[in-house]
Ligand binder design. Structure first.
Ligand code: SF4
Length: 244
């Protein structure tokens, strides 16, 4: 069975790669790093090598063994398009998604240039698959907004934004060609503050552009207590294509 995920916008996680390195301010309090480093040096533990990047080929086939259709977050503990993951391995991961097509996959990256390059090249035949959603993380204007441009330019059936942790007012975001927006604040010790006006502005932009909007969490040190209600309701919209 897959790990049952506690992430609000997915059912399960699948990690054929473990570990990563930081690329931008959104990574400062990376939950995956904190989790992995707790187990560094523990013999036999999946994170015995902490957050060092490594391929996990023995996990590649997992989705083929899960019979019930699920929303699967690919690499919750890494970034599939990290420079140290070879093209051939990425192809092997995506080919499993293509074969186990009763699931829906969410592939999220901060390495958006490589994502766009590969979708135009070796992944071209897989880009049109409606059950594989391609997404980029957006935390601020400087690092996040260029990723939206890379994603928009990529050939893909479903493109989504994970605007989390939202660190500042993003201003106007061009949502053309985008099929889903997730927004959330940072959680855990040292969480950076989220201004409700930044969230409202993004929700309103999404509604105007008819982009499904998902508000994941306010975050903060006590994430559960802060909840995920925005203006009297939860926002749980999903891309129309999924039909869930
Ligand atoms: S890209 Fe993602 S997994 Fe990698 S360090 Fe940054 S937040 Fe963590």
């Amino acid at each position: 069975m897959a790990d049952r995920s506690r992430i609000e916008w997915t059912d399960a996680t699948w990690n054929p790669v473990r570990g990563c390195t930081k690329v931008s301010p959104g990574c400062a309090n990376c939950y995956a790093e904190t989790f992995a480093e707790r187990f560094r040096g523990v013999p036999g533990h999946p994170y015995e090598q902490g957050f060092d990047l490594r391929l996990v080929p023995e996990k590649l086939q997992d989705p083929l063994t899960w019979q019930r259709p699920r929303l699967v977050f690919v690499n919750s503990m890494s970034d599939l398009f990290h420079k140290d993951v070879p093209d051939d391995y990425i192809l092997a991961v995506v080919s499993v998604m293509q074969r186990a097509n009763w699931h829906t996959y969410q592939v999220l990256t901060k390495r958006s240039e490589r994502l766009a390059r590969m979708l135009a090249g070796p992944l071209r035949s897989m880009a049109a698959e409606p059950h594989i959603w391609w997404g980029v993380s957006v935390e601020n204007r400087k690092h996040g907004l260029p990723r939206v441009g890379h994603l928009r330019g990529a050939s893909a059936a479903v493109r989504f934004l994970s605007v989390e942790p939202l660190l500042e007012d993003l201003g106007r975001v061009d949502l053309s060609g985008i099929h889903w927006m997730i927004v959330g604040g940072e959680s855990g010790p040292g969480a950076r503050p989220l201004n409700p006006e930044w969230v409202r502005d993004l929700r309103d932009q999404a509604l105007r552009a008819r982009v499904p909007f998902f508000f994941k969490q306010w975050g903060g040190v006590r994430k559960k207590a802060a909840g995920r209600v925005l203006d009297g309701r939860t926002w749980d919209q999903l891309p129309a294509a999924v039909g869930l």
